[in-house]
Design a binder for this molecule. Structure first.
Ligand code: FO1
Length: 319
């Protein structure tokens, strides 16, 4: 079975680990969000691609869900000693190697998709990881600080500001000129099922869908598209998805996120058992819906969620 997953950061990566256990023989292609990418110290950092690569490759810092395990920060300390900023983004020594190799290859003219494939040769994540685009897309957030309105890079909003200020708009800068990376549209066209994991529906899945051609390819794929709600009990399971949902005028509920994606895109939607009351509302929106446990408390729980999503997809296919 060929499965395509649109993945963002931590939630998407953890879900993928469960999916691999639930469908060990499946051929999984991950279309990774690159809107979180940031250029620091002359290096290109790809947080969502790295989180998937490290999580599935066994190098992730498990508690954080980002960065490397067994990390040290000597380089970060030395940079700070020179007053070379920014200091608010925690790049570890091991992680720096990934960004150096990536930047070297990009400087040599390799596209991000080829670079990602080369990095995955080391990590062997067990999925094909393709960036949504080889073109530069960076998510910026319009905020108001001390009465002054300005746009900040997503990472500054997320990490330095801890999403503590109101987000007035979330803009994937460059998305409208970006092209899907080689292999993205082909993977969608040959998929048997397409999954939206519990990633951030605005800055992760939403950014991937903002690359012209991707949303249309999924809508026209003619195979079941099933999503899992990142919102449980009107709050994001992790992160601050509710802040960016508000910025795009979507209430922070499992039903509103399904409606935000729309029945033109989504065929099925899993909500957590605490949100069982919204199954009817989602169904009325033309999206088949089921309430199942959605907390990724451990690998078995996550694998069960993945099995539920694949089962719902088969129900959709047979409908
Ligand atoms: N998140 C934080 O909250 N604090 C950090 O210092 C931080 C550093 C960092 C370094 C590399 C990397 O790949 C991710 C990092 N993240 C950090 C997480 C990152 O902001 C998020 O993983 C994604 O951008 C959101 O999906």
């Amino acid at each position: 079975m060929r499965i395509v997953v649109l993945a963002g950061g931590i939630g998407g990566a953890r879900f993928l680990r469960g999916l691999q256990q639930a469908a060990p023989d499946a051929d999984i292609t991950v279309i990774g969000n690159t809107g979180d990418d940031i250029h620091l110290f002359g290096l290109k950092v790809c947080p969502d691609l790295d989180t998937v690569m490290y999580t599935l490759g066994g190098g992730i810092n498990e508690e954080q869900g980002w960065g490397r395990a067994d990390e040290t920060f000597h380089l970060k300390e030395e940079l700070a000693a020179y007053g070379a900023g920014p200091s608010w983004f925690g790049l570890g020594d091991r992680d720096f190697a990934t960004h150096i190799v990536r930047t070297q290859m990009l400087s040599a003219g390799y596209p991000l998709s080829a670079v990602t494939e080369a990095l995955c040769d080391r990590w062997k994540p067990g999925v094909r990881l393709i960036p949504m685009s080889d073109d530069r897309v960076e998510t910026h957030v319009a905020v108001e600080i001390d009465g002054e309105r300005k746009a900040v890079h997503f990472q500054e909003y997320w990490v330095r500001l801890r999403a503590s200020v109101e987000a007035h708009a979330v803009v994937p800068v460059g998305a409208d000129q970006a092209k899907p990376a080689p292999g993205v549209l082909e993977a969608i066209a040959s998929a048997d099922v397409i999954l939206f994991p519990p990633s951030n529906p605005v800055v992760s899945v939403g950014t991937i869908l903002a690359v012209p051609g991707i949303r249309e390819a999924i809508a026209d794929a003619g195979v079941p598209v099933v999503g899992l709600s990142p919102i449980v009990g009107d709050a994001p399971v992790r992160g601050m998805a509710d802040k960016v949902l508000a910025a795009v005028g979507v209430e922070s509920t499992a039903a509103a996120v399904a409606e935000h994606y729309g029945s033109g895109l989504l065929d099925g939607w899993l909500v957590d058992t605490v949100d069982a009351a919204v199954v009817e509302r989602v169904t009325e929106a033309g999206i088949r819906c089921r309430a199942v446990p959605l907390m990724m408390t451990d690998l078995d729980a996550t694998a069960e969620m993945a099995r539920e999503a694949l089962t719902l997809a088969e129900e959709v296919r047979g409908a």
